[in-house]
Design a protein around this ligand. Structure first.
Ligand code: MOS
Length: 730
């Protein structure tokens, strides 16, 4: 077939849903106007571990408007039969209101349903719960670890012992919460045994199947609707307990129920990035060839589920070291279960590995970029596969040039601007390409417009827009004649909208469906005696702005409308599919981040002055959206590096900064000049048919270590704990 002209893909188009968003017409989960809706408010446990010994609901029930209080004392037994397709960690998921046990502070122990939100809130205050509390264990540093996950190549301990130059350092990552703007919310409505959920989710199909499993009903009895998501960063991939609670409350009251978590409840009602300790021992020769990387990791999880994430890849494949060992253990604490948060695993590993490499560069007196170049692997040393595309060297070169890297004086604490110590730092980032099956339905209508649907999500990156771009070019239609719809579990299945895998997988399914529809139309034309294209070579036909024509003879052709009308076809419809084959390549995205910081010599205050990221993310479908992702990722990275820290009081398991006043995220005043560059011409056709590698994660990874390395360069102080605080620099 003749390749389609690309006019939408690669163009810096604005969001197709931008107007809806800025005019407030985009409907988020809690905003759906459902007739007869009542409100639910969760009562959460005020102890960190123990048992409920009594619940007094009289005062709550006496409150006008309160319809019901549900707890383990009166909740029905829920089947919780398990969803084999979920990505839930091994263990036993939290079962709401099924027994008297309290596993962590903030665990839902009752729900109050009332005709108004205010009555439900007041009722929740009036529910009186008595507990038998036990001592809680929430401090990772003092609790025992579980069984390790390990990796080894060569003999890392021996190689480290005999290395002439060594770095041995432990890096800590604080627990962090996603804190998306939109709060988690669900509206649940039963009609007979059919349940509809208007929900904030990154995975409508996942929520559908999870909730069907909880209630023991067929999957198609649950309909999940989620057209807009106001940020998520990984936290809306799992069907958290409040979704079950809203559905349970709706069933028990016979009314549609709206349940929105408060900002405070996000800190234990949904997941978070777990805290980590990551010890790295690097052994190198004097020329900076790293022979040994010994890595020991420890991360928190809950007592009821063992959450692990893909934190080991970076330390295996970023550098060529022949001797590598890893030992990854979780610590089971009286906390709720963690989940993926932006750059999951890779951002944590990146901070440790890329800080350690900077320490080694300093130790050796070698430029940090040169050190990295000397340890670039030829192929993936862990998978022993060739890289599909790996342009990290180019990221370094382009980044160094655009940032002006080589102007720096490598000596720490060598540059001042008044009271400010100035430093620059850099770090690499990598994230793997997740390839999973996806489908998309494509329908071309007789009026020359198309509708494309897939049960994916748009938590902010611009799924609506980028998939419209792919469809428009593949169908040969203008953007305005294509509608892409998502966020509904009745649509064709897709993987979770997370892990930078939507464009890759859903985009490939959209491309497939649109190609097939276009080829159907071409076939119809060349076999139709009345078509100007009758008898033409199908391979020589392209479609542009809804008109099929010979590529070499644009005058010979006709429109989709003419073709379909003459053939009495109301539409052409195809289910596009993408099923990745076995990977014969190691597939990752790459980036290099460059940062300049200023540190107040007297106050320890760190200000990021400018940041540049250069990324190898494969083909860029939508440069404007990619640029937005780069900016957002770098802002997020500033949060990880300098601000975000969930603080737990280990005496009782209470989170002490469960709000946005005391849990700090970057604000405009924290954000300097940011710039993202995506390397041109980087399509990766080993990854998928549209050459995309994904970019939402890699733009975040590498920011925190680059900032930490810049802080070291500015001050001569190596801070090995995120976030970097003023106290650490005094
Ligand atoms: Mo992202 S952590 O995969 O939503």
């Amino acid at each position: 077939m003749s390749p389609q002209p690309q006019s939408a893909v690669g163009a810096p188009l604005s969001r197709v849903d931008g107007r809806l968003k800025v005019t407030g017409k985009a409907t988020y989960a809690a905003e759906h106007d459902i007739e007869g809706v009542v409100h639910a408010v969760i009562v959460d446990s005020t102890i960190g571990r123990g048992r409920i010994t009594g619940i007094d609901t009289r005062a709550a029930l006496a409150q006008p408007g309160v319809l019901k209080v549900i707890s383990h004392l009166n909740a029905p037994v829920l089947p919780y039969r398990g969803n084999p397709e979920s990505f839930d960690p091994p263990g036993r998921q939290l079962r709401v209101f099924q027994d008297d046990k309290v596993l962590f502070r903030g665990q839902p122990v009752a729900v109050v349903v009332a005709t108004t939100l205010e009555a439900a809130q007041h009722g929740a205050e009036l529910v009186n719960i008595r507990y038998d509390a036990e001592k809680t264990s929430t401090d990772m540093t003092s609790a025992p670890t579980g069984e390790p996950v390990t990796y080894a190549r060569g003999d890392a301990d021996k190689a480290f012992a005999s290395a002439p130059v060594k770095v041995d350092a432990t890096y800590q990552q604080a627990r962090a919460h996603h804190n998306a703007m939109e709060l988690h919310a669900t509206i649940a409505r039963w009609e007979g045994d059919k349940l509809t959920l208007w929900d904030k989710t990154q995975w409508p199909k996942g929520t559908q199947k999870d909730i069907a499993a909880v209630f023991g009903i067929p999957n198609d009895s649950v309909h999940v609707i989620s057209p807009f998501v106001g940020g998520a960063f990984g936290n809306a991939i799992r069907a958290w307990p409040h979704i079950t609670i809203s559905a349970l409350a709706a069933r028990e009251t016979g009314r549609p129920v709206k349940l929105m978590l408060t900002r405070r409840q996000l800190y234990f009602g949904v997941g978070y990035r777990p805290s980590y300790e990551y010890r790295v021992r690097l052994g190198s020769d004097r020329r900076g060839r790293v022979s040994a990387m010994v890595q020991d990791l420890k991360a928190e999880t809950s007592t009821y589920e063992n959450f692990t994430e893909r934190v080991l890849h970076t330390g295996q494949m970023l550098y060529s070291a022949p001797h590598v060992s890893q030992d990854y253990r979780t610590v089971a604490l009286d906390v709720n279960t963690p989940i993926w948060m932006r750059g999951p695993g890779f951002a944590t590993a990146g901070f440790a590995i890329e800080s350690a490499m900077d320490e080694l560069a300093h130790e050796l007196g070698i430029d940090p970029i040169e050190l990295r170049q000397r340890n670039e692997p030829e192929e993936d040393p862990a998978e022993q596969l060739p890289f599909s595309t790996r342009r990290l060297r180019e990221c370094y070169t382009v980044g160094a040039r655009e940032f002006g890297w080589h102007r720096r004086n490598p000596r720490p604490r060598s540059t001042r601007d008044g009271d400010w110590l100035i430093g620059t730092g850099m770090a690499a980032g990598t994230y793997d390409v997740l390839r999973n099956a996806a489908q998309a339905r494509v329908r071309l209508d007789a009026d020359g417009t198309a509708l494309v649907e897939a049960a994916t999500s748009d938590m902010g990156p611009g799924t609506y827009t980028s998939h419209t771009q792919v469809a428009a070019d593949a169908l040969g239609l203008t953007m305005r004649n294509v509608t892409f719809r998502l966020g509904d579990s009745t649509m064709p299945p897709t993987p979770p909208h997370g892990g930078s895998q939507t464009m890759t997988n859903v985009g490939s399914a959209v491309q497939d469906g649109c190609d097939k529809v276009r080829l159907q139309a071409i076939k119809l034309a060349v076999e139709d005696r009345r078509s100007p294209l009758y008898g033409a070579d199908a391979d020589g036909i392209v479609v542009r702005a809804g008109r099929l024509h010979m590529k070499r003879d644009p005058a010979r052709g006709e429109t989709y409308r003419q073709l379909l009308a003459r053939n009495n076809r109301t539409h052409l419809e195809v289910l596009g599919t993408w099923t990745p084959g076995e990977a014969r390549h190691s597939m990752y995205t790459y980036g290099a981040i460059f940062v300049e910081v200023a540190v107040d010599a007297r106050l320890g205050l760190v200000r990021v002055r400018r940041m540049l990221g250069v990324f190898d993310a494969g083909r860029i479908i939508s440069p404007k959206l990619a640029d937005s992702q780069a900016l957002g990722g770098m802002v997020g990275g500033i949060g990880q590096a300098l601000l975000e820290h969930t603080v737990t009081d280990h005496r009782d398991g209470r989170i002490v900064n469960a709000d946005l006043a005391n849990y700090m995220v970057p604000v405009n005043a924290d954000i300097p000049d940011l710039r993202g560059i995506f390397l041109d011409g980087g399509e990766d056709l080993h990854a998928d048919p549209i050459g995309v590698k994904g970019l939402g994660e890699v733009v975040f990874i590498g920011v925190a270590p680059a900032i930490a390395n810049a802080v070291f360069h500015a001050t001569g102080r190596r801070v090995r704990e995120l976030p970097i605080t003023a106290e650490a620099l005094l």
